[in-house]
Ligand binder design. Sequence first.
Ligand code: SAM
Ligand code: SF4
Length: 326
Amino acid sequence: MLLDSFQRVHNYLRISLTDQCNFRCTYCMPEENYHCHSGEELMSPNEILKLTEQFVKMGVNKVRLTGGEPLMRKDFSEILSLISTLPIKITLTTNAVLVDKYLDDLKKAGVKSVNVSIDSLNEDVFFEITKRNQFHRVWNNILLLLKNDFEVKLNVVAMKGHIEKEFLDFLNLTKIYPLEVRFIEFMPFSGNGWNSNMVVTASEMLNWANQSFSLRKMDDLPHATTKKYEIEGHLGSVAFITTMTSHFCGDCNRLRLTAEGKMKNCLFGKDEVDLLSALRGNESIESLILESVQKKHQTLGGQLVSDFHKIDANAIENRSMIEIGG
Ligand code: SAM
Ligand code: SF4
């Protein structure tokens, strides 16, 4: 069992398959000319299988594939088919541009739930944020996932200046579609220009929601990162990821693997352990994993503070989000 020094059990691994992306969301990928890892630097499908197997032996039973854009991996089908032989629940976070290409693979591997990032329902604003003209493709792929009975959650980063204009449009989506729309408080990562004035809090958004709709708090599952609400008469639901205003470190069960096989015990931590080099050198992976879990900080990677107004983004040592894997 992967127990840390605060008695938290870790059974959930988020694997970044690549730090390449077909979008350029500025809150995630700081520079247009970002240098991605490639070839030998990345974990191969077999290495992903071997590392995941080791985590599974130690108690992991849920894996999320993420990135960068995970569907950019040319060998995505092979990776998925290899890890689907393990006793784990597999989920995916994607910008959905390539979902239609991999729909059958996802079904075959038993994936039931997909998180799709979409920050605007307006074609022009979508382009402004992602720097790519792919709104219709993304939207059609969201509909395709729903049509094929996937559970679909939309991830929307709540950026000041954008979210005010479209918040109610996203809520209106839940009236006719069985979507969970999740608003994520904007988080600081290396080079993403974060400052506390750009954060729109979940309580602000909840106030806006209550002015137009009748919301009811739903029960949150153990280890949930979201606080969920249902809206009277709507098919879908709404949720808030309150990392900045009310962190959920207390019962965190999550570990991460970057695309080049570095283990991170926290999204906000600076500590990394090079599991891929150890695997390639035939060294023990198990002891490295145990050591990393033991070193996990109690809250926010030991770097951020609970009052987000007091966070100095320049003092944080971490990668950019695209390099970590969301
Ligand atoms: N490319 C995939 C996608 O966009 O869904 C997967 C990777 S992306 C890094 C994973 C999630 O992290 C996305 O939902 C994205 O919106 C979120 N994200 C990235 N940077 C963020 C930030 N600074 N604050 C909050 N969420 C962020
Ligand atoms: Fe790419 Fe996802 Fe980051 Fe946007 S949020 S740049 S789609 S990895």
